[in-house]
Design a protein. Structure first.
Length: 464
């Protein structure tokens, strides 16, 4: 399981040294001498407006609403980029995907079945970092960071893996050119072309069993649901129940699944030693029409540099540590989870690479306002926009799934995305000094990126 660390100890000694252990610090709700458990629940293509606690009038998310009322709801939570594979790389490494070659490029927006590419071995995942503190690590659900053996979860720090290696639309049921859709348990294919209407139930059972098996040890569970990515399937218990149609059915079943995870933690009496974070990999897939989600008051969606692509729902829950009913207006990002989680486990941050995230532990535990830096909006391999404070400068209108032509903006358009999250009003002429400041920030961010080979490649339809 620590094969990558052994390799790095020979070829990259700085990486293993910078992950050295700190003296154990204490947490008010942790058992003496034991680090807190961490669960990340990652939805797929769920929009900012798709939960009732975020304003959906037709999708009723009872358990997520309760999770928010018992914990903390974020209003300005950003993903690493607005499309699947790169976003997952950003979450697990705390780094913008362009730094690891996991950014999308023309002709390859995500990793496809059989692609000879994936998360580079040199990257350090949350799971790998936590393994240095003897955490039990598990991934239930969608991986999508490379389906060749060397890129699979068990070679990236996860002790246990059950799920699909990529999206649920990458099988013969939706495209005859794809190979059969595989279900993995660890390194072996368990079956192919599963009944997708039962997938959420199976993931829920696997997640609950993982928690039960590891209740007496510190653990990290990454539960990456395939829902509500199309094609949409709900089990018989949820099909036809939502006013929002099949999309709402799928979201409400995911909500039920989250509820089962939280109920399990409470029943095992480990809830006060477990941080749970729920969020989405990017905004809604708007081109799917009624089978896609809603960005609520935000503009754009999946694959775009607009708020609806990058800003997603997010809830943090940690009974006894996070005060109930908190609403956070700070800018927080998925890249912030890597430094926050590994520092909670008393693992040093790597010093041999850029970590784009910041520690948000003060926000979680004492609601302290922190400056979490700049939000970078990459579309494919192009930096389209930057946000600093309340201001966002849009340099390039470019949507991966859009039908509009790419437009370069010089000077950039300027939005106050706190008062105008729909990005309707360009105020660049009123605030030329802010435009100049963000132009300098844009150049600074571009200068920090060292070009590396892209891992994403166009799908080879003749390869299975």
């Amino acid at each position: 399981m620590l094969k990558k660390y052994i390799t790095m100890s020979i070829f990259r000694p700085a990486a293993i040294l910078c992950l050295g252990l700190l003296p154990f610090c204490s947490f008010s709700q942790s058992k003496p001498g034991r680090a807190p458990n961490v669960i990340i629940i990652f939805a797929d293509d769920l929009g900012y407006g798709d939960l009732s606690c975020y304003g959906s009038p037709t999708i009723h998310t009872t358990y997520l609403d309760k999770m928010a009322s018992e914990g903390m709801r974020f209003t300005q939570f950003y993903v690493g980029t607005s499309i699947c594979t790169p976003s997952r790389a950003a979450l697990l490494t705390g780094r913008l995907p362009i730094r690891s070659g996991m950014n999308s490029v023309d002709g390859a927006n995500v990793l496809y079945p059989g692609t000879d590419g994936g998360l580079p071995e040199s990257e350090i995942t949350i799971a790998e970092a936590l393994k240095t503190k003897s955490y039990q690590t598990g991934l239930i659900g969608k991986w999508h960071l490379g389906d060749q053996p060397k890129y699979m979860p068990n070679n990236n720090g996860f002790d246990y893996y059950f799920g699909l290696p990529y999206s649920n639309d990458m099988g013969r049921a939706t495209n005859k050119n794809y190979p059969p859709l595989p279900v993995y348990r660890n390194g072996k294919v368990l079956e192919t072309d599963p009944d997708l209407s039962l997938l959420t139930q199976r993931y829920t059972e696997e997640a609950v069993n993982f928690i039960k098996r590891n209740k007496d040890k510190p653990f990290f569970l990454y539960y990456a649901s395939n829902s509500p990515h199309t094609p949409l399937f709900a089990s018989a218990a949820f099909k036809g129940k939502s006013k929002r149609g099949i999309y709402g059915d799928v979201v409400e079943e995911l909500d039920w699944s989250v509820g089962k995870v939280l109920e399990t933690l409470k029943a095992l009496k480990i809830d006060q030693n477990t941080l749970v974070i729920f969020t989405s990999d990017n905004g809604p897939w708007l081109i799917k029409d009624e089978n896609g989600g809603s960005a609520g008051p935000l503009s754009g969606g999946k694959g775009s540099p607009y708020e609806g692509g990058y800003r997603v729902p997010a809830i943090a829950w940690w009974p006894g540590t996070i005060k109930p009913g908190q609403v956070v207006y700070n800018v927080v990002r998925t890249v912030d989870l890597f430094p926050t989680i590994i520092k909670m486990a008393n693992v040093n941050l790597p010093k041999d690479r850029v970590i784009d995230g910041a520690d948000i532990y003060p926000i979680l535990t004492s609601y302290q306002s922190t400056n979490n830096g700049v939000v970078c909006y990459f579309t494919r391999d192009k930096l389209c926009a930057v946000r600093k404070g309340q201001w966002k400068a849009l340099f390039r209108s470019d949507e991966v799934y859009g039908k509009k032509p790419v437009v370069e903006h010089n000077p950039p358009l300027l939005y106050n995305v706190e008062t105008d999250p729909a990005e309707k009003y360009d105020v660049s002429k009123q605030f030329p000094n802010i435009v100049e400041e963000l132009k300098r920030e844009y150049s600074k961010q571009l200068a920090s990126v060292v070009s590396v080979p892209a891992q994403l490649k166009p799908y080879n339809k003749g390869k299975e």
